[in-house]
Structure formats: C-alpha cells, structure tokens
Design a protein around this ligand. Structure first.
Ligand code: FAD
Length: 378
C-alpha cells in the first residue's frame, strides 16, 4: 500500500532509504540540515572503500557483495562511474587472525580472494615495505567508491523522480517532527542522522561518536586508483586504511583507531598533530617512496560506533513506525544501497528487525568490524 514516509538525514543511509521507498511507490520527503556536499556529513568523504571481508561474519559479507551489485546498477541508472574496481589489499600481521577468518568466509561464499606472500606487495604498489607482515589478503573484485559523488547523485535522482526535499533541521516531538515550523506525521518516520543520533534520542545501546582524520599525500599518477589497490592494515596496534589518488585527491592514509570523543553540535573541528604524525610514520614504513611527500590536504570526519560495531537499525521504543538508522561504525558506506532495501522492507512490514541492530537492550554480538571502541583514544 502506498504510504507517506519522512526520512531525516541525507547521508548515504538516508538517501538510499529515501530513493528505495520512492521507487516502491511511496510518497517520500527527505529532510537534511546542510547543503549538498557539506563536509560535516559522514558520507561526504571523497572516497570510501568497498570490500567483502568481514572476518567470519557471513551476514555482512553477503550484504557487501549484494551491495556491490546494487552499486553497479546505480551506475547504469545514472550513466556515471561511482566505483573503481582496483581491488583491496589487507596487510595481515598474523597468520591466523582476522584476515584469515575473512579468507575462509570469502572462499565459502565463492567470492574471489588471493593469499599473497608479503613480497608480492611490490607488484601491487610502486614501493612497499613488508618486513612486519605475515601475508597479504587480496580481494580483486573490491575497490573504492566515490562517496561524495554517490550521495549527491542519489539525492538528485530522488528529487528528479518526484521526491520532496527540504533543507532544515528536524526536531523530534513524540509522534511527529517539525522542520521550519512544518509538522510531519506521516505513516513512517526514519531518522538516519549519523553522529547526531545520540543528541536526538536516548538509546541504551552503547554508541560513541569520535573524530577521525584522513591525510592526502602528494603522489605521482602511478599511485592513483585503479593503478594501486585500496588497502587496510589489520594489525591491532597498526590500524590504517586508504586508497590511491581519486577525484583529484592524491594517495590517502587514515588511522582506523578511534579518535577523541566528539559532539557534532558543540565541538570544534580541529586537526590533530598526533594524527598527522601517526599517518606520516605509517606512510614511511609501508610505502617508503612516499615518505617525503608533502601533505596536500587533511580532512576531518566522525565515526559513529557501537560497542560491538553492529549498526543500529531499529524501531524507536514507544513510537509507532518510527525508525532509527545509523551507527555505521566506520564500515557502513559500502552497504548503503542494500541497507536502503532493508529499511524499506522494515517500514513496509515485510521483515522483522534483526536483534543485533536493536537500539535498546540488544545482545552483544561481534561481527561487523573489528571492535576497537574501547581502546585508548589517540
Ligand atoms: C574517515 C572515515 C572513513 C570511512 N571509511 C569507510 C570505508 O572505507 N568504507 C565504508 O564502507 N565506510 C567507511 N566509513 C563509514 C561510513 O562513511 C559511514 O558508516 C556512513 O557514511 C554513515 O552514513 P550515515 O548516513 O549514517 O551518516 P551521515 O553521512 O552523517 O548522514 C547523517 C545526515 O543526517 C543529517 N542530520 C542529522 N540530524 C539532522 C536533523 N535533526 N535534521 C536534518 N538533518 C539531520 C546530517 O546533516 C547528515 O547529513 C568511514 C567513515 C569515516 C568517518
């Protein structure tokens, strides 16, 4: 049955949900507080990696794989390239750790994966330091998404297809919400508000917003995507990720350890000297030819993480057909289109919410991503 749905938040979770509901024939309004491309929105990074490895978790592995097909369908629909199939390389420090679990899961799921000797990293990158590595797990079908471009393109498609888009800040008010003085109380309200969720609702699920940074190092075209794979360094004390130059930005390095706790409404967006040093040390060790490269840009962005790294996709307790969708926990972007389908199914009552995504009183189930939430902040 056609219903009226309001989606708050035009990050990747919100735009994918809004477009999917619109495609299914619902009357959808999308509300966003910022202008298109605002860097405070988590999804507006230049790039986000897409990989299928999720340790031994089959749910997320399948979700990422299905999401890739949906990203390809969106590319066809928009006649534009959103993904680079450059592969993703996992630098494993442990013969039998997280990357090994991922390898077993990927093989069982029939997803292409190769276990390489660390020295083979020299074939993947123009220069590569590997003395501390046990092996490289290479996912040839994985790659990089043009994140900001994707969000912006999906949002435009939403309005082109007849969705109503409103710029303003939505305020929850029990059974309805208001924005710019207008009341919305349709058949369903979806709050896809990223790092603003803890400021909007009191949820008992452990949720923490932290400030993260990425650094872009000057590099020659041989370091651009798709000439080099995206990467992730999976050792506990050495958690880094990044990708080759893309969208006019050069080689990217980010630390995956959780940064300082951050309130997007109250705290200054300040770059950290420590983070810069950590990334500079890392690039010298792993990609020695870039050791003396100048820093071209640094960007801030926040992770919204749960204690177990599973997202929150759940009914808001005590409210009829209101949903909270978020807590991407540093690994949500790639799943955007599949997550939009899942939320649309929930809104339509076609499936029951998964216990692992509950907003309150949920079981502790590890799976989605490495749990680094309780580590000391850097
Ligand atoms: C540095 C960094 C690197 C990452 N790397 C990867 C990666 O390689 N691969 C990957 O898959 N994922 C990655 N992620 C995670 C991924 O980016 C996030 O999981 C995803 O973007 C979260 O999307 P979202 O829609 O939940 O949140 P957001 O993108 O933050 O969107 C929430 C939106 O809601 C709006 N909003 C909030 N409150 C209101 C209100 N009251 N009224 C109106 N609007 C409101 C906000 O303005 C915002 O636009 C990374 C994250 C970061 C920070």
């Amino acid at each position: 049955m056609n219903s009226t749905v309001t989606v708050v938040g035009a990050g990747i979770f919100g735009v994918c949900t809004a477009l999917e509901l619109l495609d299914r024939g619902h009357s959808v309004t999308l509300i966003e507080q910022f202008k298109d491309g605002d860097s405070r929105t988590t999804s507006n990074g230049i790039t986000r990696n897409i990989r299928f490895s999720h340790g031994d978790d089959v749910w997320y592995t399948r979700s990422a794989r299905k999401a890739k097909s949906l990203w390809r369908q969106l590319e066809t629909r928009f006649s534009t390239q959103l993904m680079d199939k450059c592969g993703v390389a996992w630098f494993s420090h442990d013969e039998d750790g997280w990357a090994s679990s991922s390898q077993k899961t990927l093989e069982a799921e029939g997803i292409p994966v190769e276990r390489l000797d660390p020295s083979e990293g020299k074939k993947l990158y123009p220069s590569f330091g590997y003395a501390d590595l046990a092996f490289i797990l290479f996912e040839p079908d994985a790659g990089v998404l043009r994140a900001q471009k994707s969000v912006s393109t999906i949002r435009k498609e939403f309005t082109n297809c007849g969705g109503r888009y409103i710029q303003g800040r939505a305020e929850p008010n029990g059974s309805y919400l208001t924005v710019n003085g207008e009341v919305f109380n349709g058949d369903a309200l979806v709050w896809a508000c990223g790092p603003w969720i803890p400021n909007l609702f009191e949820l008992s699920t452990d949720i923490k917003v932290t400030m993260q940074e990425v650094t872009f190092f000057d590099s020659t075209p041989e370091w651009n995507s798709p000439n080099v794979p995206a990467y992730s360094d999976v050792e506990d004390e050495d958690a880094f990720y990044g990708c080759g130059g893309l969208e006019g930005f050069p080689f990217k390095v980010g630390s995956d350890l959780r940064g300082p706790v951050f309130d997007p409404d109250k705290d200054d967006r300040k770059l950290s000297v420590d983070q810069l040093q950590i990334c500079t040390d890392y690039i010298g060790k792993r990609f020695p030819a870039l050791e003396d490269s100048i820093i071209v840009d640094r960007r801030l962005c926040q992770y919204t993480s749960t204690g177990d790294s599973n997202w929150i996709i759940a009914p808001l307790p005590g409210l009829k057909n209101q949903w909270v969708v978020g807590a991407g926990s540093g690994h949500g972007f790639k799943h955007g289109p599949i997550l939009g389908n899942y939320v649309a199914d929930l809104v339509e009552g076609k499936c029951d919410p998964e216990a692992k995504f509950a907003a309150n009183d949920r079981p502790y189930l590890t799976g989605g991503w490495r749990v680094m939430y309780n580590r000391p902040h850097i």
